[in-house]
Design a protein around this ligand. Structure first.
Ligand code: 3HC
Length: 282
């Protein structure tokens, strides 16, 4: 089945980036969230990011306007009944995603693929909540989505080869590079990245160095574009904590315990760049 229209559920940082890249590649997008203000904020962000791409000559002004025009927003999930593919990018909580997958399975045509942009939750478990486990798959993008080339394509235990191939080809059409990964907590990206960020937080908590010094070590010593604490603020400290908890419970190894400083900062509402304060002030 040719995919022409795509539903994106969740209009946050990842959802709006995903809507952006699908629209830029010619797909009609239905972007869905629970409140109009989230959708408005997403449209503002997409507009600014498309503008940035046009001003740098990566796309023409006509392509920018056409891409923006392909995005339709709605707070009515039932609007997803007609789309050819759905990707879910809602909050990283199993209870929220599980309810969503039950709803999507009921609303969407039985032949379409339901993908999730989850950064660590089990694809196999989400698939088992639907009547189409062979059509459920992970399609994990990276922030900022319009820039980062990688898409981790994650097979659940029941994911069909046909589903895998369709999503792999879709990633290529979005000008991304798909990398095949199996379903284990955190997949590859977050299983390796998050313990690094968490350990950087321990170094700050134990007074080994300041956040600035830790970041300098990684930028100058290992050529990372952002130091680990800047990156944690960029990803969102709440997201980092959620992923550490998934690794800790899913892999059952205490080496994945979240840093107490991370927990404290999330309790304080210091969530990084999006809340104006994290390891740095914005
Ligand atoms: N939309 C479109 N273009 C964007 C953009 C956006 N949101 N953000 C940045 N850009 C473009 C800029 O226009 C610029 O384009 P150019 O090269 O043509 O000039 C380019 O990206 C670089 O941006 P800047 O010059 O503004 O800034 P930097 O050179 O500092 O790069 C960065 C910014 C690309 C974010 C870089 O710092 C970086 O790569 N950081 C690491 C990001 C990272 O590791 N992401 C993965 C996080 S983990 C994740 O997402 C998984 C999840 O599950 C947690």
């Amino acid at each position: 089945m040719e995919i022409k229209s795509v539903g994106v559920v969740g209009a946050g940082t990842m959802g709006n980036g995903i809507a952006h890249v699908f629209a830029r590649s010619g797909y009609n997008v239905v972007l869905c969230d629970v409140e109009d203000r989230f959708l408005q904020r997403a449209l503002d962000t997409i507009g600014k990011n498309l503008e940035r791409e046009a001003s740098k000559g990566k796309i023409t002004v006509e392509q920018k306007d056409a891409a923006f025009g392909r995005i339709h927003t709605t707070i009515d999930r039932e609007a997803l009944a007609t789309v050819d593919f759905v990707i879910e990018a809602a909050t990283e909580k199993f209870e929220i995603k599980s309810q969503l997958f039950r709803d999507l399975d009921r609303i969407c045509r039985p032949e379409i693929i339901l993908a999730t942009n989850t950064s660590s939750i089990s694809i196999t478990k989400l698939a088992a909540l639907t009547k189409r486990p062979e059509k459920v798959i992970g399609m994990h993008f990276f922030n900022p989505v319009p820039v980062m080339k990688l898409v981790e394509v994650i097979r659940g235990l029941a994911t069909a080869q046909e589903t895998f191939e369709a999503v792999r080809d879709l990633a290529v059409k979005l000008e991304k590079t798909p990398v095949e990964v199996n379903d284990f907590p955190g997949f590859v990206s977050n299983r390796v990245l998050m313990p690094l960020l968490n350990e950087a937080m321990f170094a700050v908590m134990e007074g080994v160095a300041t956040p600035e010094a830790v970041d300098e070590v990684f930028k100058l010593g290992m050529a990372h574009p952002m130091g680990p604490l800047t990156l944690a603020d960029f990803i969102g400290l709440d997201v980092c904590l959620d992923i550490m908890r998934v690794l800790e419970s899913g892999l059952g190894d205490p080496k994945y315990r979240p840093c107490p400083l991370l927990i404290k900062m999330v309790d304080a509402g210091w969530l990084g760049r999006k809340s104006g304060r994290g390891f740095y002030k914005y």
